[in-house]
Write a protein that binds this ligand. Structure first.
Ligand code: URP
Ligand code: ZN
Ligand code: ZN
Length: 477
């Protein structure tokens, strides 16, 4: 009898800690050995290839109803297929609460959306937009114990935003129960006021989205989120950081020794506000919040990834098609910018974009690449070491990369349900040629072979930084 079901032979195994030339032995979907001379009836020849942990995309919107009532273009079938084709083996989308909804019922609803569809494994973050006594007193604590140990809160968007007091209450509950809070940090009133002024001046086209969502609004809300978390004494993670202003606040907090984490996304490295300044409605394709900024801010985001101020690189895949009822033009192809759905797709190209422009250029080591795209998210969201690394005992979630492969990105080759990619025509070097989820090949040379429904729900442990109780203001008086 073979000790292994499958051996990946002769590749360079990369983790967040090191690179080793060795074979990977897999049994029952688990990595059971790393070493030389391993054999099995099924062998994958990985000579000349990088053998890396499959990516964890810890911020993506799948089959989600937006606060404006729009459905994302991707459901769990197309979203997870697209992820797998891009070398991602775990997704963490959101179970999004809207006003008046029970968090429990929201979670049940998102399970129904995912069941029978996902081709790779998934967990859920909660979105808490209505933190009632029942939600914070009973539902959220019980859900944390059931494996939903992270929640996103918003400081903007009419239907989602929490005021500071509500945010404090969510943070305090997270502290008591050991959960991670992610914050969408933009100052709502600043955005609303700027929007009103711009509209009064007749400035309605997509390019004005960038002006309305000013960097100062992001900076202020980032600082406020950090302050609220400091007062309570709890870690906080600032999502989709767009540039210098917010990064400076996060770095300041980290220098003070506060457990503050930062996430960024491809759109802040590869797009700028100029992309929204295209003819007609075309600029809508590049609209997300916070918006892409300019080349100087892109350089700051790169620096934040290089020096560790930012720890997580996710896609914030928020797929709204360019055309159609639920897409960017839902309010008309001449809709003013504030009526256009926010978000860009990126699930499938997240890893290749960062590999090409980060690793191939020498900005990031292979270890940093793996940490930013898989390992750190696993640690921060309670999935490590089952996910996010290649180690004995971990799930055999592995992407095998051809570091030399040149690919020109086009919507036609992608597996999502979108009708555009903001990265159309961009050539990258380095591409995942084979993706394995729990030892099963789910994508080979761009062909997704996995059956819908094989992906399983992953209950999350408590996030590592949230396990230790930290002093807040009330502990020091
Ligand atoms: O513009 C964006 N990022 N849309 C998705 C929703 C969110 O706030 O992450
Ligand atoms: Zn957000
Ligand atoms: Zn998002």
């Amino acid at each position: 009898m073979n000790v292994f079901d499958l051996v990946i032979k002769g590749g360079t195994v990369v983790t967040g800690a090191d690179s080793t030339h060795c074979d990977v032995g897999i049994k029952d979907g688990i990595v059971t050995a790393l070493g030389d001379g391993l054999d099995a009836a099924t062998v994958i020849d990985a000579r000349g290839r990088l053998v890396m942990p499959g990516g964890i995309d810890s911020h993506c919107h799948i089959d989600q109803v937006s606060s404006g009532g729009l459905e994302t273009a991707d459901d769990f079938a197309s979203g997870s297929r697209s992820a797998a084709a891009g070398g991602t083996t775990t997704i963490i989308p959101f179970a999004a609460q809207h006003q008046g909804q029970s968090l429990r019922e929201v979670v049940a609803d998102y399970h129904r959306r995912a069941d029978g569809k996902a081709v790779i494994d998934y967990a859920f973050h909660l979105i808490i937009s209505d933190p009632t006594e029942a939600v914070l007193g009973q539902e959220f604590p019980a859900l944390i114990k059931d494996g939903y140990s992270s929640a996103k809160i918003y400081l903007t968007y009419d239907a989602l935003k929490l005021d500071d007091r509500q945010a404090l209450n969510v943070l305090a509950t997270a502290r008591r129960e050991g959960a991670m809070v992610m914050v969408h940090a933009e100052n709502h009133d600043v955005i609303e006021w700027l929007t009103e002024q711009l509209l009064l001046q007749g400035k309605t086209s997509p390019r004005y989205h960038a002006a309305a969502h000013a960097a100062a609004a992001e900076r202020e809300a980032t600082h406020r989120a950090i302050t609220l978390a400091e007062v309570v004494g709890v870690p906080v993670l600032i999502v989709h950081v767009s540039g210098r202003e917010a990064i400076e606040q996060i770095a300041w907090a980290q220098r003070k020794g506060l457990p503050v984490y930062g996430e960024t996304c491809p759109q802040y490295l590869f797009l700028t506000a100029d992309d929204m300044d295209r003819d007609g409605f075309e600029g809508a394709k590049y609209m997300c919040s916070p918006p892409p900024r300019d080349a100087a801010n892109q350089a700051c985001v790169w620096q934040g990834l290089e020096n560790g101020v930012l720890q997580v690189f996710s896609s914030d895949h928020a797929p709204y098609r360019f055309s159609g009822r639920d897409g960017k033009a839902a309010a008309g192809a001449d809709a003013p910018f504030q009526k256009i759905a926010n978000g860009v797709p990126g699930l499938e190209v997240r890893l290749p974009l960062l590999f090409s422009e980060g690793v191939r250029t020498g900005r990031l080591s292979l270890q940093q690449f793996v940490d930013l795209t898989a390992t750190r998210a696993a640690r921060l969201y309670g999935l490590y070491p089952r996910k996010g690394t290649i180690a004995v005992g971990s799930d055999a979630d592995i992407a095998i990369w051809d570091a030399e492969r040149k690919v020109t990105i086009s919507q036609a080759m992608l597996h999502d349900n979108m009708d555009y990619t903001p990265y159309e025509g961009r050539t990258v070097t380095g591409w995942p040629t084979l993706t394995l989820s729990r030892g099963e090949i789910v994508c080979s040379e761009g062909e997704v072979t996995a059956a819908p429904g094989r992906g399983v729900f992953l209950p999350c442990d408590l996030p590592e930084p949230a396990r230790a109780r930290r002093p807040g203001v009330l502990d020091t008086c």
